[in-house]
Design a protein around this ligand. Structure first.
Ligand SMILES: [Zn+2]
Length: 340
């Protein structure tokens, strides 16, 4: 399979995050990519660099004002004489105004964030932009006739909404890939999100659209991040009514229950008769993951991939989460092997 990768991801190295009320080193770290790249190189996948795309393409799924904020945030931070990393600390929650975009930098940081777990550093914009280019290039490969392609995106993307960052995500790589496939002529592009955490950003972006049906299998938001979206009764609205499919599962879920749920998710997507597929591939459903609570074994990733590949659709796989760093490469390689 063609794999799209760039070393530019390493420019984003977040430092610390506020994780469940505790300031800890970021679980989302550059070495994740080294392990994935190692396993995919060993397996003989063809690694290529992304093609550079104009920033205007990002506006296909993101708010231009949000993009402008991300692009300039670090320079503004430095202009205030500050260093280290930027972390939001206040958010426009219930009862507060969202109709005014504040002028102050820290106020805007909170306005465009939904958590304190997504630090911005000097190279964040460049890395996020490069990850988006990986996803767009993988979509271009599939649009040009490849049966499947994999984008080794870092930072990940599925928590990023139209104008919100969070959950280590700044630009929604999977949404950009799906939109790119739509723009290339695929009439209906399904997105399957198998990351442990609900793909809230992707859901938000396509909520009112009937041309990009979305299915996500994830930890129950009552206790699992991102907490405030991902329930089964969220079905889409307007033209997207009935096109959003959430499958929350309890902590401790193992393969037999996961497999049955995956079958339901794939069935739900197939009912929309898609002609292409984007997979938000998080491997944090692994039992050894430090921040997730499903119990899939290493040997479960091959059947997970095989069931998904059996849809028989041109497919773009986009890397999302996975924080058991030593095992991440093997787990991703197992999924990709079933598509090759
Ligand atoms: Zn995740």
């Amino acid at each position: 399979m063609k794999v799209v990768h760039t070393p530019l991801h390493a420019l984003h190295d977040g430092g610390m995050e506020l994780h469940r009320g505790e300031l800890v080193p970021c679980f989302e770290m550059p070495s994740r990519v080294d392990h994935i790249l190692g396993a995919l190189t060993r397996d003989g996948h063809a690694i290529q660099a992304p093609r550079d795309h104009d920033d205007a393409i990002l506006e296909r799924v993101h708010d231009p004002a949000y993009l402008a904020f991300l692009r300039g945030a670090w320079a503004e931070w430095r202009a205030e004489g500050r260093e280290g990393f930027m972390l939001a600390g206040a958010f426009p929650a219930r009862g507060l105004r969202r109709d005014i975009v504040p002028t102050g930098l820290h106020a805007r940081l909170g306005y465009y964030s939904f958590d304190a777990g997504s630090p911005i550093v000097a190279g964040t914009w460049q890395a996020a932009r490069a990850a988006a280019h990986c996803a767009l290039t993988a979509a271009d490969l599939v649009a040009a006739g490849e049966r499947s392609a994999y984008a080794l995106c870092r930072p990940p993307g599925h928590h990023a909404g139209r104008s919100t960052m969070g959950g280590y995500c700044f630009l929604n790589n999977a949404a950009l890939a799906a939109q790119r496939l739509r723009d290339a002529g695929f009439a209906r592009v399904a997105i399957l999100d198998v990351d442990y955490h609900h793909g809230n950003g992707t859901q938000e972006i396509f909520w009112e659209r009937g041309d990009v049906p979305f299915a996500s299998i994830h930890g129950d938001p009552n206790t699992e991040y991102p907490f405030y979206l991902g329930h089964a009764d969220e079905r889409g609205a307007g033209a997207g009514e009935g096109c959003n499919h959430n499958f929350p599962l309890p902590r401790g879920t193992t393969w037999p229950e996961y497999e049955a749920t995956l079958a339901r998710a794939l069935e739900a997507l197939a009912a929309h008769a898609p002609d292409a597929l984007v997979v938000s591939l998080g491997v944090d459903v692994f039992e050894g993951d430090p921040i997730s609570q499903f119990k899939l074994a290493a040997g479960d990733f091959r059947p997970l991939g095989a069931r998904t590949a059996a849809l028989g659709l041109p497919t773009v796989l986009v890397q999302e989460g996975g924080y058991a760093v030593a095992e991440i490469g093997e787990n991703v390689a197992s999924v990709l092997a079933t598509f090759a």
